[in-house]
Design a protein around this ligand. Structure first.
Ligand SMILES: Nc1ncnc2c1ncn2[C@@H]1O[C@H](COP(=O)(O)OP(=O)(O)OP(=O)(O)O)[C@@H](O)[C@H]1O
Length: 306
């Protein structure tokens, strides 16, 4: 295995996971360092949940190694108290109250905390004595989060944490994540809300069909693709210095790796010729664009290694 630093919390090395004949995760390698927020993103069925279940100690690798805090996550006693897990679907008993659920899961985790404090972070204090079966979908999701962060664990897994949450609840959840990171917690996130990953993740791994296709910071990932400039011109305007005209009209589009320089060229040209650039927009590359680009590329060979 490659050398890991003392700050490495998760080290996944050439992980393979198969279900019968189906190879769901192929030679997956990544590391998460202490204090990072790492987002493992990907298309449906890419293998994120399978990989994370292995890192969480719930599933055995078919081959390859997974180390968490320098040990195997299968050793539940060594790692359980140090990690909090918010699964995609909760397994709470509908008959327990909210406070009882937090207390029970908290006790099982081996950590200590105040139930009131934890419920307060997700605005569930008023629901403390309500049975879980009577909660709304968004409230259940917030209870999932509350139990995962009980006792401020060193490592927190958030699997689609904001699905079904309204905007206030999302903001509250991300504020709570930020507070936890202030205490040094490491966070692993999966989500299909790419703008959340773009905003909160330090590094992102992008999976598609079992393999890790990209890894880096948002800017490392997005600068590999061009940004776009769009505008419209009145009929009869002379041809602009950048951009191709749509076949059917007056709209123009340009793709560029030099957004600022090309925008200046266009604006200077418009000023010099007294041209009105209608509907002008300049959009930087977004994570969505990177996502779309991996869906259309061929499967890489050989599989990525360190
Ligand atoms: N228990 C299982 N038996 C057989 N195939 C499975 C099993 N669990 C997952 N798979 C398959 O493995 C692949 C990866 O599934 P996984 O749930 O890890 O993907 P994912 O990236 O989390 O997807 P999503 O974004 O849709 O939640 C999928 O094709 C899925 O159908």
């Amino acid at each position: 295995m490659a050398h890991t630093s003392s700050r490495t919390v998760i080290d996944v090395d050439r992980l393979n996971i198969s279900y019968g004949d189906f190879h769901a995760v192929k030679d997956l390698s990544f590391r998460v360092e202490q204090g990072e927020l790492y987002a493992l993103l990907g298309t449906n069925g890419a293998g994120k949940t399978s990989a994370l279940e292995t890192v969480e100690g719930h599933r055995k690798p078919s081959s390859g190694t997974v180390r968490v805090f320098g040990t195997t996550p299968a050793d539940r006693r060594a790692v359980r108290a140090r990690m909090g897990i918010m699964l995609q679907e909760s397994g709470f008993s509908a008959d327990l109250t909210v406070a009882e659920s937090v207390r029970l899961i908290g006790r099982l985790s081996g950590r200590t905390d105040s139930v009131d404090r934890v419920l307060g972070t997700v605005d569930l204090t008023r629901k403390a004595d309500v049975r879980v079966g009577q909660l709304s979908g968004g409230e259940k999701r917030r209870l999932d989060f509350a139990t995962a962060v009980y006792g401020r664990p060193e490592l927190i897994f958030l699997d689609e944490p904001t699905t079904g949450l309204d905007i206030q609840s999302r903001d509250a959840l991300w504020a709570a994540v930020s507070e936890l990171r202030g205490h040094g917690s490491t966070v692993v996130l999966t989500t299909h809300y790419l703008e959340e990953a773009q905003q909160y993740a330090d590094r992102i791994g992008l999976m598609h069909r079992g393999t890790l296709r990209r890894e880096g910071t948002v800017s490392e990932l997005t600068r590999q693709l061009p940004a776009s400039i769009r505008f419209s011109l009145s009929p009869g305007t002379p041809p602009p210095p950048i951009g191709a005209r749509a076949a059917d009209g007056t709209a123009y589009a340009a793709e560029t790796f030099r957004l600022q320089a090309d925008l200046k060229l266009l604006l200077d040209w418009a000023a010099a010729h007294d041209v009105d650039l209608r509907d002008l927009s300049a959009a930087p590359t977004r994570l969505d664009d990177v996502f779309r680009s991996i869906e259309t590329e061929p499967v890489p060979t050989p599989a990525p290694t360190r």
